[in-house]
Design a protein around this ligand. Sequence first.
Ligand code: HEM
Length: 149
Amino acid sequence: EDLGKMTYTTMCIKESLRLFTSVPFVFRYLSKPITFPDGRSLPAGCQVGLNFFALHRNRDIWQDPEIYDPLRFSPENSAQRHSHAFLSFSAGSRNCIGQQFAMIEMKVALALTLLRFELCPNPSKPPTPVAQITLRSSNGIHLHLKKIH
Ligand code: HEM
């Protein structure tokens, strides 16, 4: 029952996925030629890489993209954006079939953590993002946890 009421938490998770999208790239093999709205085209047989990490930090789409602002995902602000501006779960016929489950899992994990702990970043050990198949930190993610009584 509570999951449907966690609207701000959902916005925070989406904003985190925007900045540190778990799947930074996907690739597609073009079985037929494609022409983009600006007139440029690619022939069949190309391997195309789509950079979601860069898309999520594109200044033409996101104002002050480096700033963490969950309110970008409020219903009013989301309504003005292109449906493909945020692609953490990809889009189209091969989008993520686990996205609803993943969102629920993240909300549960986050809620149960925040009920017990206050979290602070450790500025002396910032994570170093590396794009493998998924986005990871090469040196771990170091946080200070304070138990909430
Ligand atoms: C935060 C968690 C997750 C993220 C960010 C994520 C993201 C993605 C992305 C971007 C794709 C497209 C990959 C591509 O086109 O090459 C994808 C595909 C897929 N995801 Fe997820 N995923 C997540 C969790 C899950 C979970 C929990 C499941 C299963 C329970 C799942 C199952 C799948 C499957 C089966 C596909 C392939 C769909 C297809 O090709 O038709 N994902 N996911």
